[in-house]
Design a protein around this ligand. Sequence first.
Ligand SMILES: [Zn+2]
Length: 84
Amino acid sequence: MTKIKLLSCPHCGGEAELRESAAYNARAYRVQCPSCHIGTVPVSVGYYTQFDGRIGVTITPERAQRYVIERWNRRVQGNVNATT
Ligand SMILES: [Zn+2]
């Protein structure tokens, strides 16, 4: 399993969590802060005719996890970089 470190919440500094849920009979993953509940959109596992600007993509559980983690981390860094 790919383990990418989750950055802490840009809003409250809490520890974010990778969560799994079932949406439309498919597993979905999202990163969410348990304290203030901000998070990424859920990404479900399966075949997409279009995903993130690409055509015909199969999203595996690992890929879905990596995608939401990267999105979360990018968002955190975007907020932090404002002053540095
Ligand atoms: Zn938070």
